[in-house]
Unconditional design. Sequence first.
Length: 350
Amino acid sequence: ILPFASVNQILLLLLVLTVCAILYNKVHKAPSSLKDETVDLESPEEMEEEIPVVICAAAGRMGAAIAAISSIYSNSEANILFYVVGLKNSIPHIRKWIENSKLKEIKFKIVEFNPMVLKGKIRQDASRPELLQPLNFVRFYLPLLIQKHEKVIYLDDDVIVQGDIQELYDTKLAPGHAAAFSDDCDLPSTHEMVRSVGMQNTYMGFLDYRKQAIRDLGISPSTCSFNPGVIVANMTEWKHQRITKQLEKWMQRNVEENLYSSTLGGGVATSPMLIVFYGKHSTINPMWHIRHLGWSPDSRYSEHFLQEAKLLHWNGRYKPWDYPSVHNDLWENWFIPDPSGKFKLTRPES
């Protein structure tokens, strides 16, 4: 007969072995879905948030989109997905340019924009026909083009990015705001440039205050405007507030009543956004949108100021791929020549 102490030891040993067996079974016979989830959590690539960046590639200025994409990709380690938006006839060209250059490493999707959505919503204006190009209105339709993202960056093609795009993506949007923009009165360093080229930076420069519909908005004409060439947008709020429908409503009213025109400051794509987002937008760090570089072939910023800037925007008539233009050396740093030879830079010697 075993002593009492030995029986207790054997029972204790059996209990320990039973617990070990139960634990072993739980770990090794867990559902496969749970195992997969654990693997996903441990994978840093899966955890890294994707940053969607929307850029248009218009025929005749495709090199602009290429330089913008090149600058963004080269200055960031972030997980960027480029949405390159074009019209049907120009899509093969931009795809070939990306796939046959050093940009072949980028993650990108080509999105076709159907200009029929604009039918009856644009008033023809002969003074600046380039402002009526369909791709100027892509920013109005972001949720229709980009399906799976909560937050999206939209950039005009005539920009280059010198900072890490992650910083811009991290812009905080206030609750209830569908977008963030840069205010045109936000940076003292740009005020001299604005004065020297006679550019408007208030609502007076964009809307026709002689029209009753504009006066009825109750917006002071001296209210500071903003530039929608750089947008950080919240897609959930955008859809909830039916922003696209609101923008289309003002486009249609302009066709009927001529409430704004391209003879004023910002043409027909800025004005509806100024109305719809009045008092309802967040702000982007001013250094993330240094603009007006295309408003004069003579007015220049200091080189030191431009080096500090995170994003440069050649809004205006004088583009850095054309001649004359200013600070085009900064833009050309990021330009990648067209493998097909169709797009060429315009330079004095050429």
